[in-house]
Every structure is written in structure tokens, then in C-alpha cells.
Design a protein around this ligand. Sequence first.
Ligand code: 5GP
Length: 122
Amino acid sequence: MTNETIFDKIIDRTIPADILYEDDYVLAFKDINPQAPIHFLVIPKIQIVTANDINDQNAELVGKLYVAAAKIAKQMGFADDGYRCVMNCNNDGGQTVYHIHLHVLAGKPLGWPPYQETLKTH
Ligand code: 5GP
């Protein structure tokens, strides 16, 4: 599955986003619906659909998402206070955009566990 997502439109500037960082491989922009005082997404510029599609061939690119997150954390001044990186996968993980993205959440102490317990019978 390689259907275009809203993130392709952000990469090619067809729709606007509040961009924090860009290099040849990744783009970082503020989440439109923030879940913390600081909440941005780091995405690869080529589509990897879900975390299940991470493999030996694209591992270096995926690592660059974390490199960018750490750079931005230092630039924005919250690296020492701390932050959370999350990648949701598929339905149970809460993924809604099928182009992998690292959520970076910061700006306050974040609760753990990060979800409300709901019992689910498969
Ligand atoms: P997911 O639920 O797939 O882990 O996360 C997708 C994230 O993308 C959500 O947090 C959502 O708020 C964000 N998002 C969806 N559409 C847009 C958009 O058009 N612009 C921006 N900046 N964020 C978006």
C-alpha cells in the first residue's frame, strides 16, 4: 500500500504546516491537534506505511527521525527537561495517517501509562 497521505501534501507544500526542521531525509512540523504543550511530528520524506514496514533497508532513514527529534529538542530547549517519542502502528496503536511519523511530546511531565485502560476482546 503506497497511497498518498496528507503528509505527502505537507512535504510538497501543497498544504501548509508549521515546519520546524527539514533536511534531505526528514521533515518535522507541529501537530495540528497537539496533545502536549509541545507536540510535533517527524516524518521521512519517502513513505513508509507503518512501523511494520521498518526493515534493514530503511533502518538508517528511520534512525534519522530520532536524530532530528534530538536536534530539535536541543534547539527548542526542552532536551534536558525531557520528552516522549511515540510511533503509533495500525488500528490498536491509534495510527490514523499511514506514513510513519514520530510524535514528539514535551513541555510538561507526561503521564504513564499513556492510555486509558479499556479491555478488548479479539
Ligand atoms: P497518528 O494518529 O497516525 O499516530 O498521528 C497522526 C497525527 O497527524 C495526529 O496527531 C494528527 O493530529 C496529525 N495530523 C493529521 N492531519 C494533519 C495535518 O493536516 N497537519 C498537521 N500538522 N498534522 C496533522
